[in-house]
Design a binder for this molecule. Structure first.
Ligand code: GDP
Ligand code: IMO
Ligand code: MG
Length: 432
């Protein structure tokens, strides 16, 4: 049985949510394995739009089971708020269809505040990352520092005070150093107690649930957040998020062996966008960038920030194909390029006068690379809303085929609008 992992092959916002929702019809269970509510996914189903951050994008489909794996950092308040927002749209997600791994580290108010404090301080010194200010980085730091409060701790109020003390010893020392007030033990205890009752029924052994699914031959869909270039190891460090966003994390971040991961589907936008600071070789800070941003409605789902836009970068995606072992891609937002006379594709970089075919690892070199472009003809006819391959103009097909050649991976799915059904299936990732 083939399972599928969906990951972003650029800087996030490639349209992972839409594709996961579409694919979830074919899956039995959808699992998040990293990141947190820094993710923002918009799904459009029969004209109704759903915005998801922490919940797996399969929750909108009735009868599908969802899991939040241990690799996620979990903000209980954001979780409750998201459940409420979905309930207003008629989608109820109770413990009968969602479980959270007991060993998931929590994001608390101290993390959110620290994220904001650091970003504000960095704004003045020019070292800002442009985070989503959701507390993601500080929560992962505490996890790796072995002082995190984890979901299972909400089940045991007797052992919680000692864990809170340990966490606050660290945070209050940091806060004093930064000139901020200390957080009282009772404040954090109250915060945890206020959510415990709601969260506890969802807490479970996700590794065991997954093992049962696997043994039954059920189909598992792993849902990545962010994108390869935001990966803590492989991305544009330090302008990255604090988790591994690449396919290998699907196994560790959910508690299943790597042999069960199966097909790696890289979600790939037909151009490039990025939110926040950091290098972006094909960025178009001009009319083209403006055009892509307006046509593609490139505003962050989480923070509402305008996304930076640029041409498709085949060097980056080829690198993502290698790092993730991408089997096939889902090419999204092809419709945004409709009507352009010419389209440019980055096929290499120039670094200090020399041509290279990869993104170098150092921050300095990443800032200095210049894109080498190839120009291809655009198409006048529209691809928007196309649902079959035959509906695509010849020139658009040529663009897709050329991208496949440049990145060394085939297109498995094509997306031509935000709407769930405006999707073309070329090869089923869940093939047996
Ligand atoms: P994610 O973070 O990867 O899930 O992506 P986001 O949901 O943050 O951003 C993708 C945006 O593009 C959303 O607003 C989607 O509704 C929209 N979208 C997805 N696929 C397509 C497509 O093929 N065409 C157009 N025009 N919009 C799309
Ligand atoms: P989805 O899942 C795009 C970016 C932030 C910032 C950097 C670090 O919707 O694709 P963080 O808050 O994670 O510490 O911020 O990562 N970032 C994203 N950019 N899409 C996302 O998620 C992102 N999640 C984080 O803008 O540059
Ligand atoms: Mg997004």
């Amino acid at each position: 049985m083939t399972n599928v992992v969906v990951i972003g092959s650029q800087w996030g916002d490639e349209g992972k949510g839409k594709i996961v929702d579409w694919l979830s019809e074919r899956a039995d269970v959808v699992v998040r394995f990293q990141g947190g509510h820094n993710a923002g996914h918009t799904l459009v189903i029969d004209g109704v739009s759903y915005k998801l951050s922490l919940l797996p994008s399969g929750v909108v489909r009735e009868g599908k089971f969802s899991l939040i794996g241990n690799g996620v950092v979990f903000d209980p308040h954001a979780f409750v708020a998201e459940l409420e927002r979905l309930a207003e749209k008629g989608v109820t997600v109770g413990p009968d269809r969602l479980r959270i791994a007991e060993n998931t580290a929590l994001i608390l108010s101290v993390h959110r505040e620290l994220d904001g404090i650091r970003e504000d301080a960095a704004s003045n010194s020019g070292t800002k990352i442009g985070t989503t200010r959701r507390g993601i980085g500080p929560a992962y730091e505490d996890k790796v520092g072995r002082r995190a409060i984890r979901a299972m701790d909400l089940k045991n109020m007797e052992t919680l005070p000692a864990k809170v003390d340990r966490l606050l010893t660290h945070h209050n020392a940091l806060r004093r150093g930064l000139g901020y007030e200390e957080v009282a033990h009772e404040t954090l205890m109250d915060e945890l107690q206020s959510v415990a009752e709601t969260i506890v029924p969802y807490i479970d052994r996700v590794w065991k649930i997954l093992d049962d699914y696997r043994r039954r031959g059920a189909r598992i869909l792993f849902e990545g957040a962010q994108g390869t270039l935001l990966d803590i190891d492989h991305g544009t460090y330090p302008f990255v998020t604090s988790s591994n966003t690449t396919a290998g994390q699907a196994a560790t971040g959910s508690g299943i062996g790597p042999g069960s991961v199966g097909y790696v589907l890289g979600i790939t936008k037909a151009y490039t966008t990025r939110v926040g600071e950091g290098p972006f070789p094909t960025e178009q800070d001009n009319d083209i960038g403006q055009f892509l941003g307006e046509r593609g409605y490139e505003f962050g789902t989480v923070t509402g920030r305008k996304r930076r836009c640029g041409w498709f970068d085949a060097v980056l995606v080829r690198q993502a194909v290698a790092i993730n072992g991408i089997t096939g891609i889902a090419l999204t937002k092809l419709d945004v390029l409709d009507g352009l006379d010419e389209i440019r594709i980055c096929v290499g970089y120039k670094l200090d006068g020399e041509e290279i075919d990869y993104l170098p690892a150092s921050q300095g070199a990443q800032a200095r690379v210049e894109a080498i472009y190839e120009t291809v003809e655009g198409w006048k006819a529209t691809t928007a809303g196309a649902r079959t391959w035959n509906d695509l103009p010849a020139q658009a097909v040529k663009y897709v085929r050329h991208i496949e050649e440049l990145i060394g991976a085939p297109v498995a799915l094509l997306s031509t609008s935000p709407e769930r059904d405006d999707t073309i299936l070329v090869t089923d990732p869940f093939h047996d």
